[in-house]
Write a protein that binds this ligand. Sequence first.
Ligand SMILES: C[S@@+](CC[C@H](N)C(=O)[O-])C[C@H]1O[C@@H](n2cnc3c(N)ncnc32)[C@H](O)[C@@H]1O
Length: 253
Amino acid sequence: MGQVDFDDYVIVKELFDTGEDKRAYVQSMFNAVAKRYDFMNSVLSVGIHHLWKRLTVAKTGIKPGQKALDICTGTADIAIRLAGKVGPSGKVTGVDFSKDMLAIGKQKVNQARLDNIDLIFGNVETLELPDEEFEAVTVGFGIRNVVRLNCAISEVLRVLKPGGRFACLEFSQPTSAVIRKLYDYYSLNIMPRMGKVLANDSMNGYFYLPKSIRLFPDQEKFKKILEEMGFVKVKYYNLTTGIAALHIGAKPN
Ligand SMILES: C[S@@+](CC[C@H](N)C(=O)[O-])C[C@H]1O[C@@H](n2cnc3c(N)ncnc32)[C@H](O)[C@@H]1O
């Protein structure tokens, strides 16, 4: 195991507290971990993130021939799943502001020989996409990283067609006290050390991860935020006892 000390947490806290600097930090951090990101996801979640992502896509209700958008698409796991659902007559757009995460995503899209996905560079707080374009918008483990959450959610509403669905997969708060204790220990002590050793985590991304999860609104609060922003029929599913939550909301007709 690598050497980790408390200073690493202090560094992350300062970065997190500085608002605008968070955006630059998040961008550089994902560029730094991009090559190892998929591998680390599979190791740290013991492969469970694939099940969570499959459910996210299923709950959009997206159909062949439709258009879907995946914001904070990263290495395009969710975009690739969506592409399978919309088929050759549909279209998937993925947006991210880490060029290195997108580069890995593009390799995966090419390997899968998919020509119904566009991966584009952009900030999800100010999407350069037309109004009412998509039947579904997804985001996986991205919304927690966005500095101006309200701007990103407004943009999702703007680009959704009336009646379109938003599916938001994010780390959340475990519902059982025992699991929460075990998870706290794992995420605060083991995960950052594994990040140092396995991902050469020079930007302390695996310290930022548990910190950002704890600062993000819990399941109920996030549901209320989505309702206040204008989504209807909002509900959520606790996944793996609430370690992650999938929120679903619809744009009013
Ligand atoms: C944890 S990764 C998630 C990647 C992918 N969705 C997944 O589920 O594996 C978060 C992604 O959000 C992106 N991101 C964070 N804030 C963003 C913003 N404001 N605009 C665009 N991308 C952003 C990061 O660059 C990173 O690729």
